[in-house]
Design a binder for this molecule. Sequence first.
Ligand code: 5AD
Length: 340
Amino acid sequence: MNILDKALEERPLKKEELRKLLDIEQPKELELLYKTANFLRQKNLSNSCCVHGILEFSNYCKQGCLYCGISTANTNVPRYRMTHEEILAAAHEAINRYGFKALVLQSGEDPAYSVDDLCSIIKEIKKNDAVLIFISIGEIGIDGLKKLYEAGARGLLMRFESSNPALYSKIHPNCSLETRIAHLKAAYEMGYLVLTGSLIGIPGQTKDDIINDILLTKELHAEMYSFGPFLPHPETPLKDAQPVPSTEILKTLAICRIVDPVNAKILVTTGFETLDPKAREQGLMAGANSVMLNVTPEKFKKNYTIYPHRAHEDESIQYQIDTTLALLRNLGRAPTDLGI
Ligand code: 5AD
């Protein structure tokens, strides 16, 4: 296919061409799409694969996102909040016992932690250990972002979820895409590494929306592309929606690589692994080069139910590391950001 020839030469593709790639259905053509993405990944980034840790420190959330299992509207999920000491201990263990060099601190939008609380947690972690800290705590305000950067946070993980403003408003009551994007732009200007992307398969989303999502991610100077499937949660208004076929996610990852061949870190998300047990291997062979392992203590982790039956939810940190390293070795890939 001559669009893929153009991609191989790293010539920019037009929107219509990207759309054609997303429309591919034939197994042979799909194979070529994935191979092209894999070739570009290997050529530009060699065999490295980022392995980051994610610590989910609170599942309280004041937002009412229609797809999310920890939305404030779900009164059936047992809520938890880790104390400062518990967060520091879990971070310390992830860094010193398991060797993580990059950690995402994630929670719902939980007003119980003030910006100052979060700053002091980050400062404390950074005082003891050399680690790259990403925050993933929703919309904390531009001023909040500034303070957290000063405290030592260096990355912001925040999906914009959908680049279509009408669809965004539909699934995020009382929120606007504009505010979301303002956070992402401001964070980049402040010096944050930006990790962003969208949900694939939200009811009402079109294929053109997905292409626009990928292009917006690039426009936001994403260091890491985070695209995963929307997975219906039984206790949300979108419970009856159909999950997206896993091919759509693989195609999305491959197109991300084609759009940003040289620099992008592209994540195989836990959501994708929940949708398809082969996701990690297939994603890593279709342009992706990043994974995140869950370092939340087990008693809390089981209640961070943004969607049901999360992949790896019953696995210890050590088991996740062992299986991840074994897979990477099998694929001829080398982990980065992990190791004592
Ligand atoms: N399916 C898949 N991903 C979800 N998220 C929230 N709810 C769901 C769901 N039902 C994702 C959002 C958010 C991230 C932390 O979790 O994209 O950015």
